[in-house]
Design a protein around this ligand. Sequence first.
Ligand code: NAD
Length: 368
Amino acid sequence: MGRSSYKKMSKTHRIAVLPGDGIGTEIVAEAIKVLHALKLPLQLDTAPVGGAAYELHGHPLPPATLALAKQADAVLFGAVGDWKYDKLDRPLRPEQAILGLRRELGLFANFRPAICYPQLVGASSLKPELIAGLDILIIRELTGDIYFGQPRGRRTAVDGHFPGAPEAFDTMRYSRPEVERIAHVAFQAARKRSKRVTSVDKANVLETFQFWKDIVTEVGQQYPDVELDHMYVDNAAMQLVKAPKKFDVLVTGNMFGDILSDEAAMLTGSIGMLPSASLNASNQGLYEPSHGSAPDIAGKGIANPLATILSAAMMLRFSLNLPEAADRIEAAVQTVLAQGLRTADIYSEGSTRVGTAQMGDAVVAALA
Ligand code: NAD
């Protein structure tokens, strides 16, 4: 073996671990257990984020945490937020840490797979025949759209509301490069799946989304092997509950993606099962469960750690190029589900109820 290939194999990957608040610390601990069990060359460095960082350093994303994230190959993130921070000025609220990390790391593509595991078909509110075998990927653009347009209005400095204001508005905008790069991401992801992309827009009403549709169509010409169709967002919302399996890769803008990815998440029954990845142009990524910090169950040891463990698997696949290790984690998760182990959120009669740490231990055992 040549020296350089040996060096490549033994490269130590740096991971910034940001557990955050609420159940964040509990679920991230289980993902770390699983990563340690794989005995990979990983260097894990932990830093506070969100409310935890505000308590320690007066800011949800302190400079040292941001620096650690920037230097890392990937960020493993738990969750942030607690109702007790609702009265803080917006820039100091825990959730601002996520927006700051997205902006500073240039994370523009959010991947949210919605997979229905055969053992959990009963957990969905949809009929089993609609949901069994579901495996779709929602790709949401993260840096443009109405969330980053110009907000206008006269808020009061005191409580952030608009008493008596005649109007308020936010502008929706996308630039050509922003749409082109997310379209490429979607077509490339589809090539690794069943080669179908549905681009979701509102081109019948919004100029921004006619522009989006035109550009996705143009980019699609570079991927003649991938089938592209377009759907209005209202119809997509309906089709996701009527016939979700007809989708494969669904790509859309920031706001529609925010809403549709939560809808798709609930198709599978538990938000505690759903991982996500946010990637930048050099495949550096932030990996986190799709759910929040669940203050209602924090500290009770009952949170489902599987979404975070599956996010760690996505991290190994997308940012660290360790697909076999990712496969092993995903297979281990299937094994524990087949063994009938369930945290409270996915519990059904006849299965075995386990806590957060027991679930993590079971995944570690299943890796062997
Ligand atoms: P949430 O996702 O935290 O919780 C919604 C419901 O799902 C709760 O009943 C919770 O107990 C349950 N739940 C969530 N994750 C679970 C898990 N792993 N296992 C079992 N049950 C689980 O959403 P919320 O209650 O609307 O928000 C709580 C806090 O989280 C807020 O401060 C919010 O701003 C924040 N939040 C953070 C993120 C993030 O960090 N990316 C995302 C969403 C919400």
